[in-house]
Design a protein around this ligand. Structure first.
Ligand code: SF4
Length: 509
């Protein structure tokens, strides 16, 4: 049994995904035998749900992967390792690696071989809250003496995720604003994401919390912040617990910050950065704030506040560590993509920003796909995933950038899909601004008119333009995207519905 790290322990058995379900815990308990010299550890999720719980057996710098194993199998595995044998007969893959590595060894094929693993390196391999497994306890935040902002400016790193104050724009500008503003600064790790298809931030906090919080502590030091807030959904107990443990460790090792975890509501709007500020302040009525000034000037309790998602902080960590980020110069690094929808199990993979989105598809078993919604709830509909996984490539293709590829089967009607997302916008908006509140209402009505024989394309497009250009926050700005991309790509389906037909047969006509 290991109380701390597992990297470098040999022989070892890792249970990936442990902590997430009772089956993992049973396997873990079955493997832990104090009579043997085999280290048996609960590690985080790999992000590939269909393989988990995944057993990883390591002996002499070689790891065998087993995705289907019962408790008897685990006992036999531990016994064989204790006797000096690595069983490989039923393994889905066997990989040789450096014995001490802190990065998940990657098979050449299969879901774990998709993309690369830079920010996901420790996911499914390291004990999430172990300091020994994370950079041997050498925190970036205590090492950082260099010009952090100069590094960020030079790299041109952009924010990731809809909950980020610098979504798809250079992060350094927000850091400089916070550092120069009057008042004691605050750093917020915004991990509140009620879109259950967008799994990347939860995966990082649960499986590699130091990779998020170490850079967040470094950011606090760089902008001279006194407070760090980790804002997580109410329902995400495991992410909160692991974030709390990691933050306490960092607090003792690096900086005495005032650190707190805030559980936010499981509502879509609660992830918007200015709504996050309201929730952190304890306000019951959650509304977006008008900007400017944005959070970096006027944030939590009126103080300058740096708001980034876990995805962004993990990329900041790569910059601080001096990694070669790779990817395209305009959006360097990697992007985490969750492939979900009409699949057997969802998978979160990491793509270089010069990869195509379609390269993520081999991480899942999908049904017959006819279209996809890219970018989250208010992503864009598309028939092709031959689109680069970077900010300009995705937005240029009218798609969203929130790291979700939702595959939709042949029975999905794009008109009904657009209507469902418009209804979601109508129900979830905070009511603060007219374009968001009334616009989403009118969007629903105009789509209902299609079913009653009137396809007013010009009015729909004009309404979408007004919402995009005048809504106070990103919810209203993004809400028309499923509708406009459905009209762009599936105009014939709209015309057919106005004539009383649904080509897919999905709508009750
Ligand atoms: S767009 Fe307007 S109504 Fe909708 S959530 Fe944002 S502020 Fe509220």
């Amino acid at each position: 049994m290991v109380d701390d790290g597992v990297c470098g322990r040999d022989p070892a058995v890792r249970v990936a995904g442990a902590g997430n379900d009772s089956r993992s815990d049973e396997l873990l308990a079955a493997g832990r035998d104090p009579e043997t010299g085999v280290a048996v550890a609960a590690v985080g999720s790999t992000g590939i749900a269909g393989l988990e719980p995944l057993m990883l057996a390591t002996l002499d710098g070689e790891t065998a992967f087993f995705s289907e194993m019962d408790t008897d199998g685990v006992r036999a595995l531990v016994e064989a390792l204790d006797e000096g044998t690595l069983p490989t007969d039923d393994a889905m893959a066997v990989v040789e690696h450096e014995p001490e590595t802190a990065s998940l060894p990657l098979p050449d094929e299969g879901p774990l071989g998709v993309g690369e693993r830079a920010v996901l390196a420790g996911c499914g391999w390291t004990v999430p809250t172990s300091t020994a497994d994370y950079r041997d306890g050498e925190f970036l935040a205590s090492e950082t003496t260099a010009d952090v902002m100069g590094q960020l400016r030079e790299e041109g790193l952009r924010g990731r995720g809809r909950g980020d104050v610098a979504t798809d724009t250079p992060v350094v500008e927000e850091w400089e604003t916070v550092a120069e503003a009057d008042g004691d600064a605050v750093v917020v790790v915004n991990a509140n994401e009620a879109d259950t298809d967008a799994e990347a931030d939860r995966l990082l906090l649960e499986s590699a919390p130091f990779s998020v919080l170490d850079p967040a502590f470094a950011a606090a030091r760089a902008v001279d912040a006194t407070d760090l807030v980790i804002y997580v959904n109410e329902s995400e107990r495991l992410a909160r617990e692991r974030a709390k443990t990691a933050a306490q460790t960092l607090d003792e090792a690096v900086d005495r910050l005032s650190t707190r975890i805030v559980a936010g509501p499981d509502e879509y709007k609660a992830g918007e950065p200015t709504v996050a500020l309201e929730a952190i302040e304890g306000n019951h009525r959650l509304e977006s704030r008008r900007t400017p000034p944005g959070p970096s000037e006027y944030g939590v309790d009126g103080r300058p506040t740096l708001v980034h998602t876990p995805r962004t902080f993990a990329q900041v960590g790569r910059v601080l560590a001096g990694d070669d980020l790779g990817g395209v110069a305009s959006d360097p690094g990697t992007r985490l993509i969750t492939v979900t929808g009409d699949v057997t199990s969802p998978a979160t993979v990491e793509l270089s920003t010069d990869d195509g989105l379609d390269s993520a598809l081999s991480a899942v078993e999908a049904g017959g796909r006819s279209l996809a919604c890219v970018g989250g709830v208010f992503g864009g509909l598309t028939r092709t995933l031959d689109v680069p996984a970077n900010a300009s490539g995705l937005t240029g293709a009218q798609l969203g950038t929130n790291g979700v590829v939702e595959l939709l089967g042949e029975s999905t009607c794009p008109v009904a899909f657009a209507g469902e997302r418009a209804r979601f916008a109508k129900e979830e908006n905070c009511g603060r601004c007219v374009p968001g509140r009334e616009g989403s209402n009118q969007l629903v009505n105009l789509l209902r008119d299609v079913y009653e024989g009137e396809y007013k394309e010009g009015m729909l497009r004009e309404l979408a333009r007004v919402m995009r250009e005048t809504s106070t926050c990103e919810l209203g700005r993004d809400a028309p995207r499923p509708v406009t991309t459905a009209m762009d790509g599936f105009g014939a389906e709209f015309a057919a519905h106005a004539e009383g037909r649904c080509p897919t047969g999905a709508c009750d006509r």
